[in-house]
Design a protein around this ligand. Sequence first.
Ligand SMILES: Cc1cc2nc3c(=O)[nH]c(=O)nc-3n(C[C@H](O)[C@H](O)[C@H](O)COP(=O)(O)O)c2cc1C
Length: 151
Amino acid sequence: MKVFVLYDSLYGNTQKIAEAIGQAFIGEARVSKVTQINLSEVEGAGLLIVGSPTHGGRPTPAVQDFLKNIPGSSIQGTSFAAFDTRSSILIARVFGYASPRIAATLKEKGGMMISPPEAFFVVGSKGPLKDGELERALNWGKKLKEILERK
Ligand SMILES: Cc1cc2nc3c(=O)[nH]c(=O)nc-3n(C[C@H](O)[C@H](O)[C@H](O)COP(=O)(O)O)c2cc1C
């Protein structure tokens, strides 16, 4: 089965989370920046996991472009899950977050959400990741794998 963990990352935190999620799928997952993947490769994916840093309450422009350019026909019925990284600073809450927006777009394109959007926290605005987040990411990946196997 083809599992994709696709992300964008400015300071490296989202990349670390994506790699930890990928580790749950021993040998099955391709972990890649959204800018380094050809859209045609995603067609027929068994699971599409898309993550982004939250910037102004949204995914980064690279993730937004990637989502916009996915042809609906290529992810019709495809299982997906979305995650984001976000600041633990409370003021950031007013803008909303990236992962619900990623999920909404993938749903609109016909994807099938297998788990609610997940959030991982960085300290301050640039990171590092809060303690325990990499482990939580690995466990989230394992949970997604189980959900997929039960389907
Ligand atoms: C331009 C910019 C806007 C940001 N806006 C938000 C925001 O609206 N909400 C939030 O929680 N964090 C915000 N942050 C913090 C980012 O979410 C944080 O830098 C990101 O999770 C780190 O991931 P990365 O290391 O993969 O780039 C912002 C950061 C930048 C640089």
